[in-house]
Design a protein around this ligand. Structure first.
Ligand SMILES: Nc1ncnc2c1ncn2[C@@H]1O[C@H](COP(=O)(O)OP(=O)(O)O)[C@@H](O)[C@H]1O
Ligand SMILES: [Mg+2]
Length: 250
């Protein structure tokens, strides 16, 4: 029954997405203003291609322009000060991790548009794993994704960028095996190419310093729920192997 439901869900996904997009445009008329601003200032004339995209939380609209830029606008019901602080913090985090991450992180620029802080990212052409039906994720693909995720998490956890010192509860703390910086919303925010190479990690809003189990837990919860069983567990195994490798080299 569950399998049948998932299949039905996959078949109607395009229709559901289109329906959701219409609903969200009706609910948030400000999106029209956002698109107009982007068109007037960043589009390449009449032939310019503009698309909208949404994250899981439906709290922002992302406007994609000519496969060149992605602009993230918060909905007007969101608290302006809160989203401004979130955007500023994300920029600091992205700037710090871009320099060391083994996976590409698109750069972010903050634009003050009449008091609204808009995030402008470099565009990445990749798709979240959720764009592929779970049946397409063979064991080899699962292994490939898990290894890349683990190597990425390992580097981020073991890093301790001094620019982010003040964001830690205790600035003098050092990273440990299961303790450090962690992206806790990875499931839909790593983008892959057609060969399942991870081409980027986006959406650095939910990053924190602390026990990293939480990041593995959210990865597992989000992916398992959608039928991508085992990805998070295998990532955790690969992560421990990375640790053992590093310990042996010492
Ligand atoms: N730099 C980018 N390049 C291409 N697409 C992007 C980029 N940033 C975001 N997107 C698209 O917008 C969607 C939502 O972006 P995300 O940063 O995850 O927003 P949210 O914070 O609302 O979850 C993504 O799933 C992706 O499809
Ligand atoms: Mg997201």
């Amino acid at each position: 029954m569950k399998k049948l439901f998932r299949k039905l869900n996959a078949w109607t996904k395009t229709l559901q997405d289109a329906f959701n997009k219409i609903c969200i445009r009706l609910k948030h008329p400000e999106i029209t203003r956002y698109i107009r601003y982007v068109k007037q200032n960043y589009a390449k004339g009449k032939n310019s291609k503009i698309r909208t995209a949404y994250g899981r939380g439906w709290k922002n609209v992302v406007i994609l322009v000519d496969k060149k830029y992605a602009f993230k606008f918060p909905f007007s019901r969101c608290d302006k000060k809160f989203t401004e602080n979130l955007a500023k913090q994300e920029k600091r985090i992205v700037d710090a991790f871009r320099k060391i991450s083994p996976i590409y992180i698109p750069s972010v620029e903050l634009i003050d548009w009449n008091g609204l802080i808009v995030r402008k990212y470099d565009y990445v052409s990749g798709r979240p794993i959720t764009d592929f039906a779970p049946e397409k994720i063979t064991y080899d693909i699962l292994k490939k994704i898990a290894k890349q995720l683990a190597d990425f998490i390992w580097v981020i956890v073991q890093s301790n960028p001094k620019e982010l010192r003040d964001l830690k509860k205790n600035p003098d703390e050092e990273p440990k095996l299961m303790y450090g910086w962690m992206h806790t919303d990875l499931a839909t925010n790593f983008l892959v190419d057609k060969n399942f190479n991870i081409v980027a990690v986006i959406d650095w809003e939910e990053v924190y310093w602390g026990y990293i189990e939480w990041g593995f837990f959210t990865l597992n919860r989000s992916l398992d729920k959608r039928g991508y069983y085992g990805v998070a567990l295998d990532t955790l195994f690969e992560y421990v192997f990375d640790y053992l490798d590093a310990s042996n080299k010492k």
